[in-house]
Each structure stands twice: as C-alpha cells, then as structure tokens.
Design a protein around this ligand. Structure first.
Ligand code: HEM
Ligand code: HEM
Length: 180
C-alpha cells in the first residue's frame, strides 16, 4: 500500500516539507510587507520585522533536511509524461526555488550581521550579533540585493503556482495531486 502511494504521490515527509516551507515563505513576505504600516519605534513594528527574520531563519533551517528527504524519496512520475522542454523548464524552476530558499535567508542574516544587528523576537535574542564593527553602507547594499531577489521571486513563485494550476485545470495531469 505504502509503495503504491509513494508512486502516485510524493512521500508524506516531502509533501509536509513543501507546504510548511510554503507557509513560512508566505509569512516572511506578509510580515515584511506590513511592518511599515505600524509607527516607527513601536513594539509591534519591531516584532513584525523580527517575525520576518524568524520565518526566514526557519526556512533556512529546513532547506537542507528538505533536500535530503526529497533525494531519499525520489519523485513520482507525472502522468501523462511531460514533453522534454517542459520537463527542463520545471527542473530549472525547482533549482531556482531551492537556491532561493538557501540564498535569500543567508543574505538576510548577513545583512543584519554586517549591520551589527542581532535578531530579537519579543526581546528574546534568537541570533546574536557576531560582528564587532558594523559596516552600515555594505549592510544597505546587501539589503538592496536581498530586496531585489525578494521581488524577482514574486514572479518565479508566481510562475511555479501558475504552472501547478495549469497542470491541474489545463493539462489535467497528476502533477498537483502528487504534492497534496
Ligand atoms: C524566505 C526568506 C526570506 C524572504 C522571502 C525575504 C524577503 C524579503 C523582502 C521581500 C524584503 C523587502 C525588501 C524591500 O521591500 O526593500 C526583505 C527585507 C529584509 N529582510 Fe528578508 N527575506 C527572507 C529572509 C530573511 C532573513 C532570514 C533575514 C534576517 C535574519 C532577513 C532580513 C531582512 C532585512 C534586514 C530586510 C530589510 C528590512 C527593512 O526594510 O528594514 N530576511 N526580505
Ligand atoms: C513559497 C512558495 C513555494 C515554493 C518555494 C515552492 C517550492 C517548490 C520546490 C523547490 C519544488 C520541487 C520539489 C522537488 O521535486 O524537489 C516544488 C514542487 C511542487 N510545488 Fe511548490 N513551492 C511553492 C508553492 C507552491 C504552491 C502554492 C503550489 C500549488 C498551487 C505548489 C505546487 C507544487 C507542485 C505540484 C510541485 C511538484 C512539481 C513536480 O514534481 O514537477 N508549490 N515546489
């Protein structure tokens, strides 16, 4: 039974990881987009920003176990099989998404470290500052790169979601059901 299920869907651990990371990335985006709605210096603003850092750090902590679990469990076939060009496009998108899940949080952490800032949530230090002398200019440059990558990935993630929905309603194959 387990064997049949693992052939028609991704393994449970792979599916749980996919959707957990999806929620964390969604939260990271939501928090960073709403924190500016609150007054400068307010505890709420500081903690919403810190929640962005925390969600992002959780993504980073999960990316390696996720990759290992995925490699151990394989990928169930898409029925009917994809044309070669589409197969390549989906592989490229997945590699880009994995790279993003790794690079984006690291860049965020480096931005804070170079700026001499710790990650504190509700006053609790989750990640201390390890850099003695902050370099504010460099930190701002890294923040810009982090922001640009964040913007680019609205489109990449959008493409990924559009593709998943197109497989379901347009091509009517089992791509999406394998991840549910
Ligand atoms: C999946 C993970 C993450 C995503 C998708 C993400 C995305 C973003 C986005 C879209 C922005 C807004 C850029 C702008 O509007 O200019 C941003 C800002 C920022 N992020 Fe992240 N981020 C992630 C993880 C992290 C982590 C782990 C940290 C640090 C621990 C971090 C630190 C920052 C900082 C310092 C800013 C600038 C905030 C400000 O304007 O003061 N990010 N991030
Ligand atoms: C932050 C948002 C998301 C990220 C970072 C993300 C990331 C990924 C990654 C890296 C894979 C490749 C899995 C592997 O084979 O190793 C994947 C697969 C998949 N994702 Fe997402 N995903 C996101 C959102 C979504 C959403 C919202 C949907 C559905 C509407 C979705 C549907 C799928 C499906 C169906 C697959 C399997 C594709 C295949 O095997 O060809 N994803 N996702």
């Amino acid at each position: 039974m387990a064997v049949i299920e693992s052939r028609s869907r991704y393994a449970a651990a792979v599916r749980y990881m996919h959707w957990t990371v999806f929620v964390l990335v969604l939260l990271a985006y939501i928090f960073i987009n709403i924190f500016e709605l609150f007054p400068k210096g307010s505890a709420l603003r500081t903690n919403i920003k810190a929640a962005h850092f925390t969600a992002g750090i959780a993504v980073l902590l999960l990316v390696l176990p996720r990759g290992v679990i995925r490699l151990r469990n394989g990928r169930p076939p898409i029925v009917p099989a994809l044309p070669y060009a589409m197969e390549i496009l989906s592989k490229l998108t997945h590699v880009a998404l994995y790279a993003f899940l790794l690079v984006q949080p690291i860049l965020g952490i480096v931005t804070l470290q170079v700026g001499g800032k710790a990650v504190k949530l509700f006053g609790v230090t989750l990640l201390p500052s390890f850099v003695g002398t902050p370099n504010t200019a460099l930190s701002h440059q890294l923040e810009d790169i982090h922001g640009t990558i964040g913007t680019i990935f609205y489109y990449v993630i959008g493409l990924h979601i559009a593709a998943a929905l197109w497989h379901y309603v347009g091509r009517r194959d089992n791509t999406l059901q394998r991840m549910l």
